[in-house]
Design a protein around this ligand. Sequence first.
Ligand code: MSP
Length: 635
Amino acid sequence: MTHQFYTTPIYYVNAKPHLGHAYTSIAADVSTRFKKMEGIDTFFLTGTDEHGDKIVQAAEKEKTSPKAYADKISRLFQDLLPLLQVENNRFIRTTDPDHIEVVKTILTKIHDSGDIYFSSYEGLYCFGCERFYQERELVEGKCPDHGVAPETIKESNYFFKMSKYQEWLIDHIKSNPDFIQPEQYKNEILSFLKEPLEDLCISRPKTRLTWGITLPFDENYVTYVWFDALVNYVTALGYPDGDRYKTFWPTTRHFVAKDIIKPHGIYWPIMLKAAGMPIYNGLNVHGFWNVQGSKMSKSIGNVTDPVAVAGEYGVDAFRYFLMREMVFGLDANFTEDAIASRINSDLANDLGNLFSRVLSMNHRYFKGRVMGSDPNLSARYSLEEDAAKAIAGYAQAMASYKFHQGLIAVWEFISTMNKYIDTNEPWTLAKDEKNKPALGEVLYQLLEGLRTVAGLVFPVIPETSRKMTTALGLALPEAGFASLEQIRPWNQIPAGITLEKPDILFPRIEVKKEKPKPKAKPFKPALKEEITIDDFSKIDLRAGVVLSAEKIENSNKLLKLQVDLGAETRQIVAGIGKSYTPDQVVGKEVIVVANLKEAKLMGEVSQGMILAASKKKNLILSGFDSTPLPGNPVK
Ligand code: MSP
């Protein structure tokens, strides 16, 4: 593909932006920047969704008009983007005149082709969700999102014949394996499509709601907010005649979280099909950020303001944390401790130290002068192959939206370089004049390694990438960043130039320590019978990642886990239910006893065991201090 169109959801303007909105926008920005590095022409769209009941209610609370309220909150979303270094091409608002026009055009098309009909309907309506519910979708008679019983409403409305396209959609999803990814969300949509699809009510009578786009074929009604919102993606490209629409539309990947896969995975492709338009390329669905282990909510008071976090830790550190910590597709947990420890270990220790170590040594031993590479020595000292491996691993992961894996590939290279320093001991080489050429070679290889890292981290931490590139004596390429093709060739820093002493890239964060608790009496469990190393080597321990977890009925101790072991997914029943909720274990890296004989617990098959330490009545899962590859042996 030579073009790539990325979108975020357009965010509701009923409340100010929070961490979750920031994440999606940053993930789409990182992907856009990565595509640009691959030489691809990109268009990146974000914006705000401004019609509907939610906004009317929020505006009423503030005693202002929906438009004035939307203007105010939309501005907050727009102002957030430069603060987070998110570089979008258009910010669309559903109140923009071109959008209103396009919604009417598409409604007219579908109406003319006979897929919209008028009918009276009685059903259970949740005002919070602005939609009708089926009895079977309710939890104990209440809306699963708002926890209130929906009201019975009888109305005449316009309906969209979604049912007509159900088989077509199932087929489309099955024959385009990347249409909804990761896999678990594709399966969720396919399993939803096993039930007959209801037609979609796409109008609201003006007697109940006026804040919306008037239907082009009946001025007594406004358009249902989702039918209006989804259309933004084509408005922004200049549908129907714009050149951008022609080049970019077939390349579209929509970034969304798991909360809105139904409108994106079902309504939207069917709307496009019914309007005779090409279907978008696919959906990239991510999980939810929880804060301190709980869903963000006003009542808990854990709604996290991205402006405050970026202000406290720095934009690059915030972006790095979000991309490194969340496994795209799974939920993740935001805590101050987690961000501080990522900054300290990955950014300050691993990357920051390497950068300042190398530049300081080059200063100490050669007054900052770059020695260049000597072909007689480079065979022995070269880091080129390690760099090439990092570039390949990174590019593959980033192309499939596995941001954390892309960063792991870069950080493995950083760790290789830190070990390279320890092995080659430049300080020892420096003691003997005859080793000066070797010392120059070692430092040059490291400088080249840093150049590679500086290039690769650009999509995630652009400011740091530029700082590093400049400190390495290189002019920024015209585009402001290096393309993958520019990063790859080795031996690029010119010999003979002089580099300045380095600035600190990432200062360490003071982790607010809790007061130490009085020491408990040492625990001395009786040790089991001694075994030999051969006995031990019979146990096949593997690194695993928990993909999903659920409680087992009638047991408060057992959780049923699906664990990724690289080549396969195992079901493991673990007795950790009193210490962990299912949400808390999803995404965790665990140690799995992989060759334990299969057993049944409470009727559920268990294919292995995970290791945990006991602490009084609790269990603490054992894991790793950096992310291993699932399935790798634990020794
Ligand atoms: N207006 C609709 C979308 C219309 S798109 C045509 C909407 N708006 S929203 O403001 O509720 O945004 C939902 C999106 O915000 C999620 O899909 C996700 O991108 C982001 N997030 C909101 N909360 C989130 C988390 N807790 N974690 C991660 N992302 C979340 O739905």
